[in-house]
Ligand binder design. Structure first.
Ligand SMILES: [Zn+2]
Ligand SMILES: [Zn+2]
Length: 347
């Protein structure tokens, strides 16, 4: 076999059924279809969505499944109709893996809401493997200046956080007298540590809410410039213009509504949350808004990947070996990570 051809089989961590740990498995190296590229995985971020899939809280995974939708890879082979990528180039693969391009949402610039989408590491095998294939139309060139591990969290934590910040933009137009913009962030993990940097570059003051007593996460938030950090059971010292909730805890919605001013917005960035407790209408009254953010558009990805190196956004990562995927997911579940876990295949 010529030395530059990929091997026949590869290491992968496979989800066989919800509720079970990932199983180390030797799989055939996938072959790219006409519109796909074959990537050697250099790094793959671990996202809370992966945890929701493993726990069976999202109910449409392809099984068996290779998780992972923050893939940094090097192009090894190109399908015959692929344009815009070259062998050897470093590219990123995000959550949005396919859209039909014909539904009312795709046709109105909202492909994140496509009626017939497929998502990487959910309905398409993802990056918890040594190789993967991806539809080239949903892959992105990555900015230089980030190591493979550092680039991985940009691809979901970064993108979703960026879309959440866009949804809070109207409320963050600034106090007409002082110009102050106050943004609360509930859950200070991978997405928060990136969006905090973007928001500060746009002139926001950051108020970080963590699990009560999580001093380490509060210190991390202050290191990243938060003007205040405390428990999610605390009220911020000033009313906020907007709050973004990344923690999958429904009770944070009424907490966020209580923290924002009249006309403020609470944006929910996660794909799954525990049930929202009932709350009095008067905390929503005065034109406060609660909204969710779903998925991403390719335009979000292009904008954010161009913006990140200009700030420059710095990512804090905890690299682990691919074979440690279950440990990485458990560390995320227990809130033990500072920044983002990133899996690195052997060799
Ligand atoms: Zn994700
Ligand atoms: Zn569509």
């Amino acid at each position: 076999m010529p030395p530059n051809l990929p091997p026949q089989t590869m290491q992968a961590m496979v989800l066989e059924a919800g509720g079970k740990p990932l199983k180390p498995t030797e799989l055939p190296v996938p072959k790219p279809k006409a519109d796909q590229i074959l990537l050697k995985v250099l790094a793959c971020g671990v996202c809370r969505t992966d945890l929701h899939i493993v726990d069976g809280e999202l109910n449409q995974p392809k099984l068996p499944l290779v998780l992972g939708h923050e893939i940094v890879g090097r192009v090894e082979a190109l399908g015959p109709v692929v344009k815009g990528f070259e062998i050897g180039e470093r590219v990123g693969v995000p959550w949005l893996g396919f859209t039909d391009g014909t539904c009312p949402y795709c046709l109105s610039g909202r492909e994140n809401l496509c009626d017939d989408p497929r998502f990487t590491g959910y309905q398409i095998n993802g990056g918890y493997a040594a190789y993967t294939v991806a539809d080239a139309r949903y892959c992105f060139k990555l900015p230089d200046g980030y190591s493979d591990a550092e680039a991985a969290p940009l691809l979901c934590a970064g993108l979703i956080g960026y879309r959440c910040l866009k949804m809070a933009k109207d409320a963050l137009s600034g106090d007409p007298v002082s110009g102050t913009k106050r943004l609360g962030i509930y859950g200070f993990g991978a997405a928060a540590h990136i969006v905090a940097q973007v928001a500060q570059a746009q002139g926001c003051k950051i108020y970080a809410f963590t699990s009560p007593g999580d001093i380490k996460a509060q210190d991390f938030a202050r290191e990243l410039g938060a003007v205040w950090a405390g428990g999610s059971d605390e009220a911020p010292p000033e009313k906020l213009d907007a709050a973004i909730i990344f923690a999958p805890v429904g009770a944070l919605i009424p907490a966020g509504l209580r923290a924002v001013r009249k006309g403020g917005v609470v944006v929910c960035g996660g794909i799954h949350m525990s049930d929202i407790p009932s709350f009095p209408y008067d905390i929503l009254w005065e034109e406060r808004v609660v909204r969710s953010v779903a998925n991403l558009t390719r335009n979000d990805a292009r904008e954010f990947l161009a913006l990140a190196p200009t700030i420059p956004v710095k990512t804090t990562v905890a690299p682990m070996r691919l074979s440690q995927a279950n440990e990485a997911l458990e560390a995320l579940r227990q809130g033990k990570l500072t920044g983002a876990a990133v899996l690195i295949p052997d060799g």
